[in-house]
Unconditional design. Structure first.
Length: 418
């Protein structure tokens, strides 16, 4: 067994290294290495340089050489920092109702929406949920995603949330892509809960959170702050407890009404996600903080509503991550690259800002410092596109798919073989 792998040459390799975490980025700031190669050792990048130089340097007996034909552009593996892909059932009927004029909140109030998926997910066995989750993960993998966050939130009781989080961890063990679980027990007050929102959150924080720590099921806590979900008064003791226990916090913020982003800033959340309703006030608040602003164009496309003000967020100095929000209700598409490319045209974002939003800035939204860039010491997670110029990728608005995906140095998707 050879200990190193050398892959290349790539016509262009975009390292995504050395770019600031915050603010606007021009394409001129993209670090591009021409005719590059990647030398991999123990799942990580050992060296990046010109392929011919690396080839002349490596010890042939110790190195497996994968020499590619034709032109390829290489980027870090994409990171989808916000999804809800562990669910049972379908909400195609909700989708039809919305397109016939009913609003997301009207459907939710009539018993559809998140609660409908909770009922369908509770009826699904853990084995079935693992299969369904893995099927969706494989779809993301084909689109170049090598790390994917997966939220619970369709269980909404201690037992059912545990079932989902254990499922996500079990699915993670079966696939090369990294699944990053997040507890979203605070998605809405379950309709069958006998008590107030505060009572429910107290039960979750005293019973569920310690089990999450004990079983190492997740280190991340999310909550949906919205008029139809939880208020600042409801959530504050819950986030305080989560902070004390050392969980990272992330927030579904400013989707339909404002308020969530201020809570994210107050509780030093890692990210505030959605932001479709954010105004100049919320943008300024986020820009003054270290909270990462995550735009979810898939939810805007699924609901037929405006995008988060991504251009303004970047110009104000925020860190912008972009994620798919893949879920059965508001974002059924689940194609991160297509959604990011569409956001780009509506919000006038540069290629550099889009690639940053789905690579190193998305890694920061998950508090992961070992991926999202192609530099020495980082995980060897990367995607290849069959082209000689990176401009071709987003130009095709998502219909141009990666030809190969590598995770920790292993080829995990090859278009020619699938
Ligand atoms: O991020 N906004 C709340 N939660 C999800 C939607 C979940 C659902 O509709 O099932 C979201 O859009
Ligand atoms: Fe979401």
């Amino acid at each position: 067994m050879k200990k190193n792998i050398l892959i290349g040459p790539f016509k262009q390799l975009l390292t995504m290294g050395g770019i600031p975490l915050k603010g606007a980025i021009s394409d001129l700031q993209l670090p591009i290495i021409e005719d590059a190669g990647i030398l991999i050792q123990n799942e990580k990048i050992k060296e990046i340089d010109s392929f011919s130089h690396l080839l002349s340097e490596v010890i042939k007996e110790e190195t497996e050489i994968l020499q590619l034909e034709g032109n390829h552009v290489c980027l870090p593996g994409f990171i989808d920092a916000h999804t809800h892909i562990c669910f049972g059932g379908s909400r195609a009927y909700d989708y039809a109702l919305r397109n016939a004029g009913k609003s997301y909140l009207e459907i939710a109030n009539a018993g559809g929406g998140i609660w409908d998926t909770v009922n369908q997910t509770r009826k699904t066995t853990a084995e079935e949920l693992i299969k369904k989750t893995l099927k969706r993960v494989k779809q993301h993998l084909k689109n170049g995603v090598t790390t994917i966050e997966v939220k619970s939130g369709y269980g909404l009781s201690v037992e059912e949330e545990l079932k989902i989080l254990r499922t996500i961890n079990a699915a993670n063990a079966e696939i090369a892509i990294d699944l990053i679980p997040t507890c979203l027990a605070a998605h809405m007050l379950p309709k069958d809960y006998k008590g107030s929102a505060s009572d429910y959150l107290l039960e979750i924080s005293t019973v569920l959170l310690p089990i999450l720590k004990d079983e190492k099921l997740t280190n991340r806590i999310d909550a949906f702050i919205e008029e139809s979900a939880f208020s600042k008064v409801d959530i504050s003791p819950y986030f305080k407890k989560a902070n004390e226990m050392g969980f990272d916090i992330t927030v579904h913020a400013d989707q339909f009404s404002t308020g969530g982003s201020a809570i994210a800033v107050e509780f030093k959340a890692i990210s505030a996600d959605h932001l479709e309703a954010s105004t100049a006030k919320e943008i300024e608040l986020l820009a003054q903080s270290n909270v990462i602003a995550t735009a979810l164009p898939g939810a805007s496309l699924g609901l037929g509503c405006n995008f988060a003000p991504a251009r303004k967020l970047l110009d104000a100095g925020c860190t912008l991550a972009i994620a798919s929000d893949h879920n059965p209700g508001s974002a059924p598409m689940g194609d991160l690259l297509a959604q990011a490319a569409i956001l780009q045209t509506f919000e006038k974002l540069t290629n550099a800002e889009i690639f940053a939003g789905i690579t190193f800035r998305a890694a920061a939204a998950l508090n992961l410092s070992d991926r999202g860039q192609l530099t020495e010491g980082f995980l060897a997670d990367f995607v290849l596109f069959h082209t000689d110029n990176y401009n071709e990728i987003l130009y095709n608005q998502g219909s141009f798919k990666p030809c190969m995906v590598f995770k920790k140095g292993k080829l995990v998707f090859d278009k020619h073989r699938s």
